[in-house]
Write a protein that binds this ligand. Structure first.
Ligand code: FAD
Length: 458
């Protein structure tokens, strides 16, 4: 049986960046990916000169991991592009119409008073609640609570349903009644602990927004990151395209069974979704597997529609809009791609992207691309008055792709990692544990590569 120092299962950004950081330290790895491409959820379709994202379209500029990584990769130097933040506005659908979110909001918390108080976005009752929230005393909660309870406590139902929920559903896809405040809104929990009032916490830490980009991406789309990483790692990384079906523990190694045969590794990095890890580890580490299986996932569907500019009666001055659940629409959010990242489309074209989140995503997953395109067009017709026939469209469904950080997530994660300590040479990385963003995935991969490097040189 062939044996190698390190095997990585999963060729998304987590697995690939782990291979890259190992390669940088001179450590070879074998990466096993079940599909015929690398990138996992990250994929860019280049069609008619448009860069259409099948999954993530950018990363948060405030998290440095990707920008730091890009500086190291020759193919990515000078390839970072910023979102067009002179037009950074978000709209929310209220009673079937788009309403601009007042400026100076930090998620659901007002950092500036005037725009909030003069905006028709919030009812008089909610404005009074904002003012009353300033009086709250610092609070140390003994238990994790749901986002629903936390936001309701501070600002009431209107802010929860029309703002917090739609903002979070594009990132976590989940239900606010189950999402953990400790894992999803840790900064706000800290403000509650230190100041009582989230508004006071936010205002103390608020910097007036410059027009610096909030989101960053790459020329050629997010796929450029994957291509550059794969190239930089290639001298030390062997890629096998096969589905891993089982993992066994042997005396001092891990035995990996895949469609390509068996391979043994001293170090094994699992960089696939937690439910896949659970299936693979069922026999080798049953208690670890059962905690991993308890991390639930939501699905998502993305529909990109491209129009000729001349077909549209107007352009949209903002990044896009969010749809609260009470509006009962099939899409949860939309991005005006050509406003957020103008270089994504040639000057004569405009792209819009519809994001279908839970609970609709699971219900619609089995629909045809034609049906999903029709549905997105219908929503744009009703909400934007957009009757034109798109020049082209792309549809990507991502079943069970968004891990839900539910109440108690931190404890479960700690339990998982303490069980992992009983499995020497086994590592878990990916979006199921310490953050769902691409920078979080890269941070975990880097830390893991460092640990493996330290062990193998000790
Ligand atoms: C629709 C959507 C939009 C998003 N937008 C953003 C965004 O704008 N910004 C941001 O920062 N984050 C965004 N995210 C989150 C981010 O994309 C993910 O957290 C990140 O890409 C996850 O990377 P990963 O490598 O951990 O997992 P994945 O990308 O899921 O990769 C896991 C890999 O494992 C492989 N695999 C699974 N089972 C097996 C097996 N048995 N054998 C071998 N291989 C296997 C899969 O094929 C896959 O390639 C978004 C997520 C979604 C779903």
């Amino acid at each position: 049986m062939p044996s190698t120092k390190v095997v990585i299962i999963g060729g998304g950004i987590s697995g690939l960046s782990a291979a890259y950081f190992l390669a940088k330290n001179g450590i070879p790895s074998t990466l096993i990916e079940k599909t015929d491409r690398l990138g996992g959820l990250i994929k860019t379709d280049i069609v008619s000169g448009c860069e259409l994202e099948a999954g993530p379209d950018s990363y948060l500029a405030a998290k440095p991991e990707i920008t730091d990584l890009a500086q190291e990769l020759p193919d990515l130097q000078n390839q970072i592009i910023g979102s067009n933040d002179r037009h950074r506005r978000i709209f929310i659908v209220r009673k079937g119409r788009l309403m601009a979110l007042p400026r100076g909001m930090v998620m659901m918390v007002p950092a500036r008073w005037r725009p909030v108080l003069i905006s028709p976005f919030f009812s008089f009752r909610t404005k009074i609640k904002f003012l009353a929230e300033l009086m709250r005393a610092p609070l140390q909660r003994s238990n994790d609570v749901s986002v629903e309870q936390f936001v309701n406590d501070h600002f009431g139902n209107e802010v929860l349903r029309n703002l917090a929920e739609p903002l979070l559903s594009g990132v976590y896809g989940g239900d606010s009644a189950h999402l953990s405040v400790e894992s999803v809104l840790p900064r706000f929990l800290e403000y509650e602990r230190n100041y009582g009032s989230l508004i006071r916490g936010v205002r103390r830490n608020y910097r007036e927004s410059s027009h610096k980009s909030l989101f960053l991406s790459f020329r050629g789309g997010m796929q450029s990151l994957i291509t550059a990483l794969a190239r930089a790692a290639s001298n030390h990384m062997q890629v096998i395209h096969a589905k891993v079906t089982r993992i066994e523990k042997s005396a001092d190694a891990w035995r990996v069974h895949s469609g390509n045969g068996e391979i043994e590794a001293k170090s094994l990095i699992l960089a696939c979704p937690a439910y896949v890890c659970a299936d693979l580890m069922g026999q080798a580490a049953p208690s670890l597997a059962s905690d991993l299986a308890a991390i639930r996932y939501g699905s998502a569907i993305l529909v990109n529609l491209v129009y000729k500019k001349e077909q549209l009666r107007r352009t949209w001055d903002g990044f896009g809009f969010l749809v609260p659940r009470d509006e009962r629409r099939s899409i949860g959010a939309a991005t005006w791609v050509s406003t957020k990242f103008p270089s994504r489309t040639p000057p004569q074209l405009t792209a819009l992207r519809a994001f279908i989140t839970e609970p609709q995503a699971s219900e619609l997953l089995n629909n045809s691309n034609e049906m999903l395109t029709h549905l997105a067009r219908e929503e744009f017709r009703r909400l934007l008055g957009l009757e034109a026939v798109p020049l082209l469209s792309t549809v990507h469904a991502w079943p069970n792709s968004m891990p839900q950080y539910e109440v108690g997530h931190r404890e479960r994660r700690e339990r998982i990692f303490s069980r992992l300590a009983q499995c020497p040479g086994l590592y878990l990385i990916g979006n199921a544990y310490q953050g769902v963003g691409i920078p979080d995935c890269v941070r975990m991969a880097k830390e893991t590569a460092k640990q493996i490097t330290v062990h193998s040189t000790a």
